[in-house]
Design a protein around this ligand. Structure first.
Ligand SMILES: [Zn+2]
Length: 240
């Protein structure tokens, strides 16, 4: 078993990494995280979406009032409702397993044996430590184990895991393990490059830094296959 598979399997068994030796500031600023699963409460989906929107609206109103904003102003009065709907229905909709894309597989009738790469999948996520955007591109690849997946579904799986409060390493592994399960193969690779607005717009305010994370499963750990994948994603497309 490859080292990254051992690490992943340990995480998958639900062994959360304790961060008790770090301060809350260190955890946020260094973007440490506790495991591959998004930390959810056991009662995460007991409330309906409508009830969540109602509650978040009130909480957000409280934040705005505390900041001293006048919610009687025509421009501001609809903001708590807009933010609440945006959180539940859009940017954090990937927390709810009910929103997971339904995946249909097709038989690999043409016996295509090589890797399939879907690159430059643009995504918008949010940092779970600061709740500001992460903007990036995901590149995913797999080698068919007899079944193939619709191309748009690769995109949808990326978007589903992006629409959560996230940490880039976790998002990379969540996409990879989902693809491995869906496609019944270890032969999956995921590379994500992203800009974290909590690094560029605040904190150290570095505009040019980007973060790259990767996962190579099964045959993608062979150097030649890994290099083939990296060559494809490095090649800029000449398509319109
Ligand atoms: Zn952050």
């Amino acid at each position: 078993m490859k080292p990254n598979e051992i690490e992943l399997n340990t995480l998958l068994r639900g062994n959360r990494i304790a961060l008790e030796h770090y301060t809350e500031d260190e955890i946020g600023n260094d973007h440490l995280y506790t495991g591959i699963d998004t930390p959810l409460r056991t009662d995460a989906f007991e409330l309906s979406d409508e009830e969540k929107i109602k509650r978040i609206k009130e909480h957000f109103k409280g934040i705005m009032l505390t900041l001293g904003l006048d919610l009687n102003d025509d421009s501001l009065k609809g903001t708590p409702d807009r933010v609440a709907k945006m959180y539940v229905q859009e940017i954090f909709s990937g927390l709810n397993p009910a929103n997971k894309p339904k995946i249909a597989l097709f038989e690999n009738k043409y016996k295509y044996q090589n890797m399939l790469v879907e690159k430059d999948i643009t995504f918008y996520s949010n940092c779970e430590h600061h709740f500001v955007p992460i903007i990036g591109k995901a590149h995913v690849a797999y080698c068919s184990n007899g079944q193939v997946i619709g191309l748009s579904k690769l995109n949808r799986i990326v978007q589903y895991f992006a629409k959560r409060p996230q940490v880039q390493e976790r998002m990379t592994m969540q996409i990879a393990t989902e693809l491995q399960q869906v496609l019944s193969t270890q032969d999956v690779a995921v590379v994500i490059e992203a800009q974290h607005l909590c690094v560029s717009s605040r904190g150290v305010q570095d505009n040019s830094a980007s973060t790259i994370t990767s996962y190579y499963g099964g045959s993608f750990n062979q150097e030649s296959r890994k290099q083939e994948f990296l060559t494809y994603i490095r090649t800029s497309t000449t398509l319109p």
